[in-house]
Design a protein. Structure first.
Lengths: 329, 282
């Protein structure tokens, strides 16, 4: 009975193995993974099973990530506009970008926005995590409420901020004027520097909870005994934070920072909703400027070259992150 | 980490309660602003003198306008449908892929795992222009399927990564026991490992649902007719005309669009936090 059921499987898996993997080298290599008490045909099945389980994911990622990525590179070196096939133009689009003052401004803005916002999110997120690590009443509710800016659709909360920054009806202006701190309205989104400050503020407001909650998870893994030991040795609270807590949560901190940097670097919605890159194209970042050129001016090739300009920086961060994960494994 | 101890109540107030109240206040103020704006009459909203922090004449007119003058109900349905279907697709793919990468031994396990992690970090901003062409080429432009099929590009890597980590925490021996008792490879996977991964699946699902509910760029680019829009796109494009903002209905829409995710989140906050931190730890 047992032999009867095993034999067809063996025969089947042998033929499948032969058709799926033509190179005999692979068939020889398979027993390397063989665990004791496992039969050869089961290993074959595991190999095939893995292929079957991964197939849907690979199909979707190939169609909607790998293929568009290649297509994006082609668009970036073509002069394609909406409704007309493009011709190969080499690196001309990139050359145009380098001579475009708005692009250069967007380039600079992207870095300023990313670095300032990330540093502020880290500092405030760490502060919030340390506060939430205390025991107090309503802790669960406070912790849950803290995450709200991160949960709700960014577009919708950014619209609320836009209304708060309104040129005429800003609640900040109303308050400051009634307190007597200012006599004239502040135009929050009126000039490039001011608007960039507001963008960073909203980004920090939105992203800080992510830092706080993840760092809090990190803090909770720190063994309290270490703190007690340091306290007995005479370390004050500040020293205990720098010398005990920080080194222990450094790995998780680094990963959070890298994740956040990628997201901030590639941000689109917050800036597009709050300023649309204005006033006078002074607050564009890569994402919004690519959208402006590709979707509004219909220059797909030029737009693709702008969004592809994100890639080297993303790649650097990703490579660093992979290297770091490998090392800590 | 042990909670620090404090000497006097004054010191505790200065170093703890005041910062805490400030933090919570600043975090939640914009939501208060949404609520108060959505119920204040226009006469008050557009009066520079009126105290903007509360109203004595609350009204539901803005909500009425929102449903009468825009297709808000339709957008809400679209958003829900898109979020549910793309989450289901992503969970299905991510569950299978996560299991394969965590449990099965095959030659490409490690490079494929890395590849999926890298796609997890590819932002929509990089791909939306060529993806627009792909969506058109498939003939699904301006239909829900344009986003249902593209959201999984960032949801599947996330789900896979999270569930892979989850499967690694389930002892291999449990499945091996089932195998010895005569279960086939697939039976052991479906009957033993998948049920044990339910908390992980729930975490991934809730996170994926909120991500697709909130998505903006793909929906903005791929959906153009008013009846196809999702809430974030509809509110932003149909209630802002050039320089004219309909602030009352805008904030009413923002509030109603935020409530469902906030509700889902409040019921499953622990799972959400697990997903958030699990995704980072990898």
């Amino acid at each position: 009975m047992a032999d009867q059921s095993i034999e067809p499987i063996l025969a089947k898996s042998a033929t499948q193995g032969a058709s799926a993997i033509p190179a005999p080298v692979v068939v020889v290599a398979v027993p390397k993974f063989r665990r004791p008490r496992r039969m050869g045909h089961l290993l074959e099945q595991e190999h095939i099973l893995a292929g079957a389980l991964l197939a849907p994911t690979l199909v979707i990622l190939t169609l909607f990530i790998a293929y568009p990525f290649v297509l994006g590179i082609w668009l970036a070196v073509s002069d394609k506009v909406v409704g007309r096939p493009g011709n190969f133009v080499g690196l001309q689009n990139f050359w145009v970008n380098l001579n475009d003052t708005i692009f250069l401004r967007a380039f600079q803005n992207t870095f300023v926005y990313t670095f300032i916002a990330t540093i502020l999110k880290l500092a405030l997120g760490m502060g919030a995590a340390l506060l939430l690590n205390h025991h107090f009443r309503f802790k669960r509710i406070v912790r849950a409420g803290m995450l709200l800016p991160w949960i709700v659709p960014t577009v919708l909360s950014t619209l609320a901020w836009q209304w708060m920054f309104d040129a005429t009806f800003s609640v900040f202006n109303w308050t400051l004027m009634n307190v007597g701190l200012i006599s004239q309205r502040i135009l929050w989104l009126g000039d490039g520097t001011m608007a960039m400050g507001c963008l960073i503020l909203v980004n920090v407001w939105r992203g800080m909870p992510f830092f706080a909650i993840t760092l809090l998870a990190g803090l909770q893994t720190v063994n309290p005994d270490l703190h007690e030991a340091a306290e007995i040795d005479g370390a004050n609270a500040w020293q205990r934070f720098w010398r005990v807590t920080l080194p222990l949560i450094k790995p998780i901190m680094l990963v959070v920072v890298l994740f956040s940097m990628i997201a901030t670097f590639a941000d689109f919605q917050l800036i597009y909703v709050l300023t649309r890159g204005g006033p006078y194209s002074s607050t564009h970042v890569f994402g919004t400027y690519a959208y402006e050129i590709a979707m509004r001016a219909a220059k797909l090739g030029q737009g693709a070259s702008i969004s592809l300009s994100l890639f080297p920086f993303l790649l650097a961060v990703i490579v660093f992150q992979l290297w770091y994960i490998r090392r800590s494994d | 980490m042990a909670a620090p101890r404090y000497g006097s109540p004054l010191k505790r107030a200065v170093t703890f309660y005041i910062p805490l109240v400030l933090m919570v206040g600043l975090t939640l103020f914009p939501f208060y602003w949404m609520v108060i704006t959505s119920i204040r009459p226009d006469v008050e909203l557009y009066n520079v003198k009126a105290n903007p922090f509360f109203t004595l004449y609350p009204t539901l007119k803005h909500f009425h306008d929102l449903f009468e003058l825009t297709m808000f109900a339709r957008w809400a349905w679209n958003t829900l449908f898109i979020a549910v279907v793309s989450t289901a697709i992503s969970l299905f793919c991510g569950l299978l892929a996560g299991y394969a990468l965590a449990r099965l031994q095959f030659r490409w396990a490690s490079p494929l795992g890395t590849m999926i992690f890298v796609t997890y970090l590819v932002p929509p901003t990089l791909l939306f222009i060529p993806l627009g062409d792909v969506v058109k080429a498939f003939g699904i432009g301006d239909t829900p399927w344009a986003v249902i099929l593209t959201y999984p590009t960032f949801l599947i890597p996330f789900c896979t990564w999270l569930l892979m980590g989850y499967f690694k925490t389930i002892p291999r021996e449990i499945e091996e026991c089932a195998r010895i008792d005569g279960a086939s490879r697939i039976q052991a996977m479906v009957r033993i490992s998948f049920p044990l991964a339910v908390p992980g699946i729930l975490s991934a699902g809730i996170f994926a649902f909120t991500l697709s509910w909130n998505e903006f760029l793909y929906a903005l680019v791929f959906l153009s007719s008013p009846q196809q829009k999702t809430i974030p796109i509809g509110v932003f494009t149909e209630l802002v005309r050039g320089d004219v903002f309909y602030w009352g209905p805008l904030m009413a829409g923002a509030l109603l669009g935020s409530i469902p995710v906030a509700l889902v989140y409040s019921f499953f906050v622990e799972h959400y936090v697990t997903a958030l931190t699990g995704a980072v730890k990898g």
